[in-house]
Design a protein around this ligand. Structure first.
Ligand SMILES: *Cc1c(COP(=O)(O)O)cnc(C)c1O
Length: 237
């Protein structure tokens, strides 16, 4: 796949939005409840701008160092916002808080507390998602499903942390359908957590689904799908 031409990017974005719409319709959901996050790691600023021109409004970056010049170049105007979707190191929290409209990858209580502390210092509330390692894979970050249930009460106390929901990256399967049960588990976990009488913590957002399996994710309740390859083509190895 070659994602270099502007027309190719525009066509792909349109095709993805149409597929999201159809998947939403199959599940009886409103397409307006699902937002596309373009995963832009290793994608240059000019190509990201083409995606924005094609209608993409949320840009998801995985590494702070890579994100900084792109945010500088593209900015956060015209309804464009940046989300942080990669693994976040504690020492980078200070530079990350406030720069990104949402951090999808909060994977420990310690990290959540550091974000809260830095957000307090900046006088803001930082929107975040709790990453759940739904497949229990040792190589992946995230809370275990029972671990997330254990920390939400504590997170509810943090006045500068705005927990909006959950994020998950299921094990890579051969077929998109293989992810369905994992997506469903994430939705069910959010449902259980939402019923725990929490004050600040919300469970409105489910960030799940990537190029290979986003239609299944939408059928299972995703509100944010993070898509890279299907928009920009294969990343360099
Ligand atoms: C790269 C990345 C994606 C997008 O993956 P594709 O398979 O290219 O769509 C989604 N989420 C995260 C966290 C990523 O790092």
């Amino acid at each position: 796949m070659d994602g270099t031409t502007k027309e190719a990017i525009a066509l792909r974005v349109r095709a993805i939005l149409a597929k999201i719409e159809r998947a939403a319709a199959r599940a009886g959901r409103s397409p307006a409840s699902i937002r596309l996050v373009a995963a832009t790691k290793s994608v240059s600023a000019p190509r990201i701008r083409e995606a924005v021109e094609a209608g993409v409004r949320i840009l998801g970056e995985s590494r702070l160092q890579e994100a900084l010049p792109k945010i500088e170049a593209i900015g956060a105007r015209d309804g464009v916002s940046w989300h942080f979707i990669g693994r976040l190191q504690r020492r980078k929290v200070r530079s990350t808080v406030g720069l990104f409209a949402m951090i999808h990858s909060v994977d420990s209580l310690d990290l959540a507390m550091e974000i809260d502390r830095r957000a307090a210092a900046a006088g803001i509330r930082q929107a975040v998602l709790l990453e759940v390692n739904v497949g229990g894979e040792p190589s992946k970050a995230g809370f275990t499903p029972s671990g997330v249930a254990e920390v939400v009460q504590g997170l509810d106390e943090l006045a500068h942390l705005e927990v909006k929901g959950l994020m998950a990256i299921p094990p890579l399967g051969e077929q998109p359908e293989a992810a369905r049960l994992y997506f469903r588990q994430v939705r069910q976990l959010a449902h259980v957590l939402a019923g725990q009488g929490l004050q600040r913590v919300r469970m409105d957002e489910l960030s799940m689904g990537m190029s290979q399996d986003y239609e299944v994710a939408v059928e299972e309740g995703a509100t944010l799908v993070r898509i890279g390859t299907a928009i920009f083509g294969m990343r360099p190895a």
